[in-house]
Design a protein around this ligand. Sequence first.
Ligand SMILES: CCCC/C=C/CC(=O)SCCNC(=O)CCNC(=O)[C@H](O)C(C)(C)COP(=O)(O)OP(=O)(O)OC[C@H]1O[C@@H](n2cnc3c(N)ncnc32)[C@H](O)[C@@H]1OP(=O)(O)O
Length: 359
Amino acid sequence: MRASQKDFENAMNQVKLLKKDPGNEVKLKLYSLYKQATEGPCNMPKPGVFDLINKAKWDAWNALGSLPKETARQNYVDLVSSLSSSLESSSQVEPGTDRKSTGYETLMVTSEDGITKIMLNRPTKKNALNVEMYHEIMHALKAASKDDSAITVLTGNGDYYSSGNDLTNFTDIPPGGVEEKAKNGAILLREFVGCFIDFPKPLIAVVNGPAVGISVTLLGLFDAVYASDRATFHTPFSHLGQSPEGCSSYTFPKIMSPAKATEMLVFGKKLTAGEACAQGLVTEVFPDSTFQKEVWTRLKAFAKLPPNAMRISKEIIRNREKEKLHAVNAEECSVLQGRWLSDECMNAVVNFLSRKSKL
Ligand SMILES: CCCC/C=C/CC(=O)SCCNC(=O)CCNC(=O)[C@H](O)C(C)(C)COP(=O)(O)OP(=O)(O)OC[C@H]1O[C@@H](n2cnc3c(N)ncnc32)[C@H](O)[C@@H]1OP(=O)(O)O
């Protein structure tokens, strides 16, 4: 039986509910089938060679040649239905259910000595945060807020703490185009930062190496930040045509003064660990050679303190700020949604992806 228009619309809705990222190749296939089913063969001019994202989309659509609209619609529905097993398996996970370390693709999560450790685990990509990692961190934080550990730690595997948002996140464009992509990104970011604002236990960052972008801004929402002297702190938002997130437009001026915050958030000044400590963003810096030993000894001692007292003390320090932080988060996400559609941002991402520029 041929797929009806209703089947096609149902499949489009199902795609939006996919929790697991099916990867760029599948997304391009979905995009091309959608365009062929709704508009017929590709008759758009070929995008320029540096317009990588639109060129990949054009290539995928053009490759379908004169495939009839009905066949493209059927193939789209079949493809979405073949993805449904991953849809079901991800939605079977109960919210708050503890997942073993091996249940995560992008993290290593362990719990011992009263400490839940969430380790970013994409060392070959400098622990850049892809969409899956955003979702997994939220899941891990929700689980940690309910487990029996006293404190929670975020750290990175390898030589980087994190290089921030994975810039390839900008390349998988959904059928609704770049506007829908920007809207989805803002929804994801708001929910993600919200988890840090609301986290109820002491949350500590163990910054093992350089930190970039969102991995830096979020530090303003942690309760303590310990850094190796190898770490650096860099928020190159203007270079990327973007704007501050993670509530940093509010926390950074409070932590380090408006002028110092401007140097970081507007002019993209990179701080050493010592400078970040002098400005109050970092709690203490340790020599890299003894960093892990010294920090974990200290954290294990903290984790022996009465957990309810720590939770209540955190609450009294943080709670009167929560409403403000959520409002700031919402505003930052809405501003960023606009920035992601700007030529300044698109050019910066294309330049990075075509290896024309790095930080
Ligand atoms: C939806 C929510 C959105 C929230 C928005 C947040 C804003 C931000 O976080 S802005 C910050 C974005 N980050 C960057 O601009 C960093 C880009 N990366 C770099 O400039 C460099 O990679 C580096 C300086 C971090 C490291 O340079 P190095 O020469 O030491 O290593 P590389 O060979 O460049 O990296 C190894 C490998 O990792 C990939 N990679 C590193 N960082 C990212 C990243 N942020 N996004 C995507 N990919 C990244 C790099 O491409 C290399 O991959 P290959 O081995 O496959 O070439």
